[in-house]
Write a protein that binds this ligand. Structure first.
Ligand code: FAQ
Length: 314
């Protein structure tokens, strides 16, 4: 078959909403874009465990501790499904992890911010997981089969994460003056970085056009960001708190909330490795990898032993 024939079959599948599967022919750039996006997504889940892991030992009650442990563990699971999904495209897990540890691969900017108070656990659940879900609901319909199927399960778990975050903030918002202030402070610090999670403006997004054509992305960065602002601007009323944006206002003509300008300079600084916690996050991942060396060695030795005939292994 000629390359043109293969391209036509591929494009017909995309046009007819048929998923692309690992053994199907696909353009090299489609493969690369998926490996880039899925592995960055996996890294985000794994690095994303650090800011919340920071509070497990300091959770205010056994119930909150159990919820937080379960949530952080879910994020590890998401990372694993996503690495497996990227592996079906021919990239090895060792290679992907090496890129994360060396700082070559990106992961979501949001996880380079510190979690300073207990209220940050609520704000991360409500805002960060909330932003993640909007993006990931769209990815349940992404054109690469293994990625789309991984996202279905991930979304179910993320939706629990968001609700627990909101509920945790709701308790604080009905508490003492100090608790209310802590809740507002966490919202103030997490609001703008959450908006940055959706990526640069559409006019600056280098990958969006092609990813939309291939149906890897189904909505643009700005579309999803607007959807998020509209959702949160309503939910914050239930908390009785304020979003830190003087320009946030319902626009009757557009039927959407208008909002202020994001600090794009800050976003790019964080993406380039100069955010408040970039160095700390990479150091923690590198340490975890080094400390886990003996586990990998033991697992390989065990697998080798299992391969041998029973008499020899004994
Ligand atoms: N941070 O051309 P675009 C979670 C980069 S999971 C850092 O628009 P694209 C769960 C981008 O890579 C959160 N870099 O890029 C959780 C590109 O550079 P490259 C992660 C960013 O790919 C919750 C350049 O800028 N979710 O939170 C960011 O078309 C709580 C130009 O940008 C996913 O990864 C950023 N925010 O669109 C876990 C979802 N934004 O690669 C623990 C899957 C952009 O060309 C606790 N990913 N860049 O060198 C996506 O949907 C897309 O990759 C976007 C970016 C929408 C993130």
């Amino acid at each position: 078959m000629s390359i043109q024939d293969l391209e036509k079959i591929f494009q017909d599948k995309i046009d007819n909403e048929i998923k692309i599967e690992p053994k199907d022919w696909m353009p090299e750039a489609y493969r690369k874009t998926n490996i880039r996006q899925i592995s960055q997504h996996a890294h985000s889940e794994v690095v994303g465990m650090l800011p919340e892991g920071n509070w497990i030992s300091r959770a205010p009650s056994l119930k909150r501790k159990a919820i937080l442990i379960a949530k952080v563990q879910d994020e590890a699971g998401h990372g694993l499904y996503l690495y497996s999904s990227a592996e079906t495209l021919g990239s090895s897990r060792d290679e992907m992890i090496a890129h994360l540890l060396s700082g070559k691969a990106k992961y979501s900017s949001i996880f380079n911010y510190p979690t300073l108070t207990w209220a940050d656990m609520g704000a991360v659940g409500w805002l960060v997981d909330g932003a993640a879900i909007l993006n990931q609901v769209m990815l349940c319909r992404t054109s690469y089969g293994p990625y789309a199927r991984a996202m279905v399960r991930i979304c179910k778990e993320e939706s629990f994460h968001q609700r627990q975050g909101f509920e945790s903030l709701l308790v604080l918002s009905r508490g003492t003056a100090e608790q209310k202030a802590m809740c507002q402070d966490a919202i103030n610090r997490w609001w703008w970085p959450s908006l940055m999670m959706f990526g640069p403006k559409d006019s600056e997004s280098t990958n969006s056009d092609q990813s939309m054509k291939w149906k890897i992305k189904r909505k643009t960065n700005d579309e999803l960001r607007q959807q998020f602002v509209d959702m949160i601007a309503e939910q914050i009323k239930v908390l009785g708190m304020k979003l830190p944006d003087a320009d946030l206002k319902w626009n009757e003509e557009r039927k959407h909330y208008d909002f202020g300008e994001i600090n794009w300079d800050e976003f790019w600084q964080v993406v380039k490795g100069n955010g408040p916690c970039n160095k700390q996050r990479l150091a923690a991942r590198n340490k975890a990898h080094d400390d886990g060396e003996w586990v990998r060695e033991a697992a390989i030795a065990y697998a080798e032993k299992k391969k041998q005939p029973k008499t020899q292994a004994a």
